[in-house]
Design a protein around this ligand. Sequence first.
Ligand code: PEP
Ligand code: MN
Length: 334
Amino acid sequence: MIAVLKPSATKEQIDSLTAWLEERGLAVHVSKGETYTVLGLIGDTSKIDTELLGSLEMIDSVKRISEPFKNANRKFHPDDSVIEVGNLKIGGHDFQIIAGPCSVESHDQILSIAKSVHASGASILRGGAFKPRTSPYDFQGMRADGIDLLLEAKKQTGMPIVTEIMNANHLPMFEQVDIIQVGARNMQNFELLKELGMIRKPILLKRGLANTLQELLMSAEYIMAGGNRNIILCERGIRTFETFTRNTLDLSAIPLLRELTHLPVAVDPSHATGTARLVLPMAMAAAAAGAHGVMIEVHNDPAKALCDGAQSLTPEQFAEVSEKVRRIREVITS
Ligand code: PEP
Ligand code: MN
């Protein structure tokens, strides 16, 4: 970290700031220019509040050189992390297609979708049991019964399952769930993230509606700080001024995250666009940009879906997406 001091900074001020920084375990390298004095702070600066430092009267500007995320940082872990999910792997050279309905609605619905997406290339089944709906009057999910139905679908198809948690008190219900999803709305629910750090199950961590990549990585850091290193990041679109799409898919997040972190990066083109016909091009683009997986909403009867019907693909449409994504993967890995 570098702190540039104002020309008016006095020797007493510099000495007292240096002493304060040294008390925090940092080595301080002072370099005096003709007008400005620059302090180079060496050591673990993750606990230094840059805003607070920048607000001191004697400080002109503060710049972080190293990122505040350590466990998630590729600099300290150059190889891709590969997360094991049952017999499957995601990350590195391993790519997975996650598919299923927005919400588990009934036994027949989840079983029929699970079987059809499995037959056309999905390797992991998704389905919301606890739904974070904007309106309290909308369908809230089948809760524990929804998880039971996902487990039944897992038994019949052999596919691992991923489903969203909204409350750490619900963790006992997720005992047999293969991947726990943290939805966009809970990306910064730090108490939940801390609890998920205490377990060792893979976590699918979705990017918040209006969060930066650094904030996403700091949320991953919360989980990793507790010891759980099994995290899959998920870009799912961010809020912008554009209204034709539900969100704006940040495709550049894929190569950027791959530079910044060793964690696998998945993409959800369904929530990113909100529109079924945009899912195919965005899923192909995500695979082409280097994603380690895609997560796609599929419904046996999208018009009657209890949640997110407009962005849900029919099983036939999903089969086309799955095949085209497979072909893109072939091209970029050959
Ligand atoms: C979901 O995947 O079911 C979901 C609610 O997505 P998000 O948290 O990205 O909005
Ligand atoms: Mn949905």
